[in-house]
Design a protein around this ligand. Structure first.
Ligand code: ADP
Ligand code: MG
Length: 172
C-alpha cells in the first residue's frame, strides 16, 4: 500500500513532536524527529557559537533519510524545511502558536532570554511558514493552529482524514 509522507514544521515549541507522535500512533505511519536523528548519528557540521548549538549537516541528514522517504509513510518533524528534497513530501503542515502561549512553553523549557526572544520573533515573522512556501508548492502547505488540546485533537482528526483520502486516491 502506498502511504504519504508528511512534514510537520514550525518554530520550536509549537507542538510538532506532540502532534507527530500522536499522529504516528493513530495512523501507523512512521515518526522521525530530525533533531533526534542528528543527535544519535552526530550528523553535525560545526558549532554555532552565537546560538550555542551544533550545526546540522543537512546533506548527511538527507542521505540518511532518503531510503525511508522513497518508501513513503513517514512523518518528519523539524524546525526547518528548506534542505529537504521537495519531492519527498505530499503535504506540509506549519504549526502556529499565539505568542503568549509559546512564550510560556519555551520558558518552561528553560530557554535563556536570547533564545526565547529569537524564537518568539521567529514565530511573529512566520519564518517557518515563509520557508515552507519558498520550498514547496503553495497548495500543499497548510498552517494549523496549535494553542490548546482542542487544536491538537482537531489537527489529528483532520490529518487522519487527509491520510485516509490520500490512500484511497493512490490505490489502484
Ligand atoms: P515542538 O516539538 O514543536 O518543539 P512540543 O511538541 O515539544 O513542540 O510541544 C512543546 C510543549 O507544548 C510541550 O510541553 C507540549 O506538551 C505542549 N503542547 C504541544 N501542543 C500543544 C497543544 N496543542 N495544546 C497545549 N499544549 C501543547
Ligand atoms: Mg520537538
Amino acid at each position: 500500500m502506498l502511504l504519504p509522507n508528511i512534514l510537520l514544521t514550525g518554530t520550536p515549541g509549537v507542538g510538532k513532536t506532540t502532534l507527530g507522535k500522536e499522529l504516528a500512533s493513530r495512523s501507523g505511519l512512521k515518526y522521525i524527529n530530525v533533531g533526534d536523528l542528528a543527535r544519535e548519528g552526530q550528523l553535525y557540521d560545526g558549532y554555532d557559537e552565537e546560538y550555542d548549538c551544533p550545526i546540522l549537516d543537512e546533506d548527511r541528514v538527507v542521505d540518511e533519510l532518503e531510503n525511508q522517504m522513497s518508501e513513503g509513510g513517514v512523518i518528519v518533524d523539524y524546525h526547518g524545511c528548506d534542505f529537504f528534497p521537495e519531492r519527498w513530501f505530499h503535504i506540509v503542515f506549519v504549526l502556529k502558536t499565539d505568542n503568549s502561549v509559546l512564550y510560556k512553553r519555551l520558558e518552561t523549557r528553560g530557554y535563556n532570554e536570547k533564545k526565547l526572544k529569537d524564537n518568539i520573533q521567529c514565530e511573529i515573522f512566520q519564518i517557518l511558514y515563509e520557508e515552507a512556501l519558498a520550498s514547496y508548492k503553495e497548495e500543499i502547505v497548510h498552517q494549523l493552529p496549535s494553542n490548546n488540546p482542542e487544536d491538537l485533537e482537531d489537527n489529528i482528526d483532520q490529518i487522519l482524514k487527509w491520510i485516509e483520502q490520500w490512500v484511497k486516491d493512490h490505490s489502484s
